[in-house]
Design a binder for this molecule. Structure first.
Ligand SMILES: NC(=O)c1ccc[n+]([C@@H]2O[C@H](COP(=O)([O-])OP(=O)(O)OC[C@H]3O[C@@H](n4cnc5c(N)ncnc54)[C@H](OP(=O)(O)O)[C@@H]3O)[C@@H](O)[C@H]2O)c1
Length: 305
């Protein structure tokens, strides 16, 4: 590895590598998550993003523990994030949910525990209407018990995030939400920063990688010559330019890949710098398009979008 991965400093003083391997997949073969995480650690990733609902914590943990056993990394050099699902939002449920994640990961602690969505529902989908501050007290307890080093939220909108920040005893250090060149989120990113909440971009490649037919026609970013020329200038790909654009805005990124060459490609973005004009070219692709609208959660109390 010939480059150094920058950290961002969270408001509690903890340092978090600015790039992580994302691990959500609609479909996966057995062993695919384990393999991807092992390739990622070999390629230099020190930050992995998972969630209880991804059903992969066992494989993610196995990969990490393999790499620790092989002596490639130490646990304290890694930054591991997982998330509490919508059916465990009662205050008394948060700590047990995290303990179950830790048992699957075979770890004593995670580095960051997030509230995955601002909605709460039973496993069969019934609205539980739980106040965020109730869930947050459970998150604070998990922190107090040392089961996680930091706590944060995901998919909280402007109003929801501001309320938790104002009312919490321990403030969320992160909000993880969709940000990419076709959903640039400037206003929300500025708000997060003004609240000392680190923005973390999920689906950072957005329409560059999305192959869903319903998005066809919105994905000119895949073929537009201006981005092609920019990529060519630096000897990079469109995906690398998209990730670099986010990192230069001090936004952490979580690209997911099962492909070894892409896992290596996505972290190889720290040897060039986009100019201000080039940043505005990428900004120009914004169409406020959400790849992840959380449609199945629509109708629940506190649906954020
Ligand atoms: N908090 C939340 O609610 C939430 C929601 C969504 C996502 N996330 C997190 O964010 C992570 C990333 O989001 P995502 O998986 O939706 O989207 P993404 O990382 O933007 O895109 C993933 C897709 O891009 C492809 N890809 C990866 N690198 C590429 C490259 N260099 N060139 C071209 N294509 C490339 C992957 O294909 P291959 O795998 O076939 O290589 C995969 O199909 C997730 O895995 C998860 O950890 C969180």
């Amino acid at each position: 590895m010939s480059f150094k991965i920058p950290n961002v400093s969270l408001s509690n003083g903890v340092k978090m590598p600015i790039i992580a391997l994302g691990t959500y997949a609609r479909k996966a073969e057995p062993g695919q998550f384990r393999q991807a995480v092992e390739w990622a650690i070999e390629a230099g990733y020190r930050h992995i993003d998972t969630a209880s609902v991804y059903n992969n914590e066992e494989e993610v943990g196995e990969a990490i523990n393999n790499k620790i056993k092989q002596g490639l990394v130490k646990r304290e050099q890694l930054f591991i994030t997982t998330k509490v699902w919508n059916d465990r939002h009662e205050e008394k449920e948060v700590v047990p949910a995290l303990k179950e994640s830790l048992a699957r990961l075979k770890m004593d602690y995670v580095d960051l525990y997030l509230v995955h969505w601002p909605v709460s529902a039973t496993p069969s989908g019934e609205d539980m209407k739980i106040d965020h501050m109730e869930t947050w007290r459970g998150m604070e307890e998990a922190l107090k018990l040392g089961l996680t080093k930091s706590i944060g939220v995901s998919n909280f909108n402007e109003e929801q995030l501001t309320r938790v920040v104002k009312k919490a005893t321990v403030k969320p250090v992160v909000n993880q939400f969709e940000i990419n060149p076709t959903l640039t989120q400037h206003k929300f990113v500025d708000l997060c920063k003004s609240l000392s909440v680190q923005p973390v971009a999920y689906t950072p490649l957005g329409l560059i990688s999305e192959a869903r037919p319903e998005f066809a026609g919105k994905d000119v970013i895949k073929t537009d010559p201006a981005l092609g020329q920019l990529a060519e200038k630096y000897g990079k790909t469109r995906a690398q330019i998209a990730l670099k654009y986010l990192v230069q805005r001090d936004i952490a990124v979580l690209p997911k890949s099962f492909t070894k060459s892409r896992i290596e490609e996505n972290i190889n973005i720290f040897d060039f710098q986009l100019t201000e004009k080039e940043m505005s070219i990428v900004d120009g692709y914004n169409i406020d398009h959400r790849c992840v609208p959380g449609t199945t959660l629509k109708g629940l109390t506190n649906y954020p979008f």
